[in-house]
Design a protein around this ligand. Sequence first.
Ligand code: ZN
Ligand code: ZN
Length: 306
Amino acid sequence: MVEAPRTGENSDAIALGLIGDEWNLAIVRLAIVGGVRRYKDFRDRLGIANSVLTARLRHLTEAGVFTRAQYADAPRRYEYVLTRRGRDLWKVLLTIASWEAEWVGEHSEPLPPLLHTECGQEFAPVMRCRTCGEPAGLRDVHAAIGPSGGFQRSVPRVATRRRSTAGSAGPGLVPQTIELIGNRWSAAALAAALFGARRFTDMLTMTGAPPTIVADRLRRFCQMGVLTTVTRPGSSRAEYRLTDKGRAFFPHVMMMLEWGDRWFRAPEGPATLLTHTACGREFHPVLHCSACGYELYGTRVLVGRG
Ligand SMILES: [Zn+2]
Ligand SMILES: [Zn+2]
């Protein structure tokens, strides 16, 4: 277990830092979907620069997503094997793929359809509450700051720096997901919107981010169609509202936080306390098939034509 220091990044930030990097996503996806383990295969399949791949594999191994296993003696060679923590990311990849397929039309290559082998149909994941089994959306989940929570600890510290020094933003497979979560201030602004901030001043207070940066992110979110502005009668100030597209990103955020909490929970407790308002219990998301209604398991979900 990697333990977060008490004043440093919490599980939300660790998860965001790992998942908000498009090369990390591409590498893990290839490992989960394609069974790829070897450095050369990652490099050839992704067309990724050696320096970028080496840095990402090191980071993912340090984070316990991969473990290195020796497969040759002379010269000594290692392959990268997904751990349980790494395999568990299939839910995160699935919610990203589903959102991008439904809401984004600017991919470098078309996203393959999602097939559920149990029912044989194309599907989208539907998020439900593990305790009561009812569907759960943004309006059904109440979020509060947990013992290791707070905006300052919930956004990754190094994401922006790592991105700029690593030289390559990513392969362009899930561009809008990365725009939303691939930068600490974007992630903070999105979280503020999901937590109910509507006015610019509320966004500033919640995120603690510089005003010019918050203004820039909100403008971009509006261009992407994730937020829209509304001016109430009698008021001169615009308020920001999530659109259907913005609300549809919520399951992905839940899967990401759940993954972080499961594998990186701080000693003092969770970063974010989630309650399912319908049943009043702690909220843990599970994904079901939109076509047949059964719960989804990683091995029974195929991406593409198999
Ligand atoms: Zn429930
Ligand atoms: Zn199904």
